[in-house]
Write a protein of this length. Structure first.
Length: 326
């Protein structure tokens, strides 16, 4: 096999990470699975990733019609934004998506509107391009506990809400690893420490953050005794049990921040500052030298997670108000 392009990494076991180029290097991964001459993409980044996906197939000597499946873990645009244009290039592929997300990939107008509200039109165009829908006839929906065979390779699906209600994760029996989307948090390779491994945190942007559901999803995944997780942000990471403990510890502290600051004046700014301080303290405890440049790498996460935490607090208030008036 010829030398792989710098955006394509062989992770072993027929799994390849495609750095989609979103935001910065080693920030957003898609995965290409290869088994018995057949292939599947798990997550696919934004429209701008299309040349890399096609280049990965070329580098591995795979034709376009060797791809059987395109499988976004959920429909957020950094995971599924390339689905429409990618499917146009893959004549034999079907797209498998959580049933709550299918309509949004067939008609992405609501996704586009939601992303515009968060990012604005200039950033939307720069980061995501023009999102197109997937032909409904080529879309299939998953269900909790189903299996999909890629050649002789079994892929097992479970529903994993907490980050989003339209989220499933995929268990790869061959490598005993989970393709986790965002359910299993975010771990940037910039924060790996020799002898201590990866640092990880939960991710909870708007609009469907549900802490209790996230805890249950993590418990279900750890019960499979995985050897690794394949994170969209970013890469293959070992020692999932330790990672899950760190996510849960930080999740508890995030929820405590929310409760303490529920009625704070200028609440969003306060939540943002407290989350930044929490991440900085956790990174220092992990052995990372925290600098302004370090925190700049987390600035988008801080902003979006503060929005998600605030949205969860507001939903709690609305639910309590409905209960009081019932």
């Amino acid at each position: 096999m010829s030398l792989l392009p710098d955006y394509l990494e062989d992770l072993g076991g027929g799994v390849y990470a495609v750095d989609t180029g979103f935001q910065r290097p080693r920030f957003d991964a898609a995965y290409l699975l290869v088994q018995d001459g057949r292939a599947a993409f798990v997550d696919n980044g934004t429209n701008h990733a299309l040349p890399r996906h096609l280049g990965a197939l070329d580098a591995l000597g795979l034709s376009r019609d060797a791809v059987d499946f395109v499988i976004p873990t959920h429909v957020h645009l950094d995971h599924a934004g390339c689905s429409g244009v990618l499917m146009r290039e893959l004549p034999a592929a079907t797209l498998w998506v959580h049933p709550r997300g299918a309509k949004h990939l067939i008609d992405p107008s609501a996704l586009i509107e939601s992303a515009l509200a968060v990012y604005g039109p200039e950033e939307m165009a720069r980061s995501y391009g023009t999102i197109v829908g997937v032909d409904e006839a080529r879309v299939r929906t998953t269900h909790d506990g189903m299996d999909l065979m890629l050649g002789s390779r079994r892929l097992h699906f479970i529903d994993t809400p907490g980050h989003a209600r339209h989220h499933h994760c995929i268990w790869d029996e061959t490598t005993r690893g989970w393709f986790t989307g965002d359910t299993f948090g975010i771990s940037y390779r910039d924060f790996d420490v020799p002898g201590r491994g990866a640092w990880i945190k939960p991710t909870h942007p708007p609009t469907q953050f549900e802490p209790d559901a996230l805890r249950e999803s993590l418990a279900r995944m750890v019960a499979f005794d995985p050897q690794c997780v394949y994170l969209t942000h970013f890469g293959r990471v070992p020692d999932p049990r330790r990672l899950a403990r760190q996510i849960l510890q930080l999740l508890d502290e995030v929820i405590d921040i929310g409760h303490r600051q529920r009625r704070a004046p200028d609440r969003h700014a306060v939540l943002r500052d407290e989350l930044a301080a929490l991440y900085a303290a956790s990174l220092r405890a992990h052995g990372v030298d925290v600098t302004p440049a370090t925190m700049e790498l987390l600035s988008m996460d801080v902003e979006l997670n503060a929005q998600g935490l605030g949205g969860w607090l507001d939903r709690q208030d609305r639910e309590q108000a409905r209960g009081a008036s019932a």
